[in-house]
Design a protein around this ligand. Sequence first.
Ligand code: UDP
Length: 388
Amino acid sequence: MTSQLQRFQEGLPVLADPPQYDLLIVGCGLYGATFARLAADAGLRPLVIDQRPHIGGNCYTEERENIHVHAYGAHIFHTSNRHVWEFVNRFAEFNNYINSPKALSGGRLYSLPFNMNTFHELWQVRTPAEARATIESQRFRGDPANLEEQALSLVGRDIYETLIHHYTRKQWGKDPSELPAFIIKRLPLRFTYDNNYFNDRWQGIPIGGYTLMFQKMLEGIEVRLGIDYFSNRSALDPLARCVVFTGCIDAFFDHEEGHLEYRSLAFEHEVIATDNHQGNAVINYCDPEPAFTRTIEHKHFDPVGSRSDVTVVTKEYPQPCRDGAIPYYPVNSEANQAIHRRYRERAESLPHVIFGGRLSEYRYMDMHVVMEAAMNRARSVLPALATP
Ligand code: UDP
């Protein structure tokens, strides 16, 4: 007998009853792959589709010159959640990479995140008390209403102008005074000489790259790549009892409540004939020019696994999300949040569709947060699906 999937792929009508799969998972990024793994572990049958020709969503890595290149920008895994860490370690061994970006401003390099090294580089202060006093003398006082006031309140005018103002403008295409305060609260501020960008207990990059990690996660699960959900919706929906949708929630509802704003990125990858180009995995560009915000030298993410006489360097250019560009970041302004609330209300009336991930939840989430969200949702819905 021809399977429903075969009928779909041959362009024939899909017979709705009974569905061949328990779940149709739209999107093979972190949320979709985590959900698929947990569904398969629970004895269910997921089908994962993705419009791109590869698995892993934006975590996808590809090998070039014996180096695992983060094709869609730097992805550093970090978490303090033991369940997430144990789950992800089922599929990869992590190296001990600790993210310590440098920031270039006015021709000088500064340490990130904002810590005693940064304060010493900027003001030549040596003690936490001196650093606190300097920040105190130039802080914004009051209740911060936006990113600019939040930054001025946390670190004062010098750091804001040197390392935040222009970088943020380039990153988001908006003035920091028009952006929500929480974006800058992501960055640690500490009064120790510690350049670790994250505060989490566990951190690293999967040895062998993220693509290998996703391959292991998806073992035994049907994945169909290069399939656009929206062009095949009426044929795809009947394949499964429920849908896990990880794409843009406004597209799911045909933008009927308005267009949500996302920020996109363009990447310029270059092979350079030197074994070490910039001496660090990530350098941030905090001046108005050049237009890129970061350069990434991929081999430094994995010094043991990425041995090569040459190097691959990527420039990251933020851009508006137009003309089929890939959406990366939700732009969580008040107006966009209001539109998203309307979509969320509509989503609640569709109990057979689970919306998850950065684009669907319209939340600025790190990888571990996406994974945790998928794990929590799977835990709450899979038992009912697994019961005949
Ligand atoms: N940021 C900044 N200067 C920097 C790095 C970050 O002003 O050198 C601000 C900027 O507003 C950015 C936010 O901090 O959007 C969060 O940065 P993060 O590195 O967490 O961004 P991601 O890695 O998620 O793109």
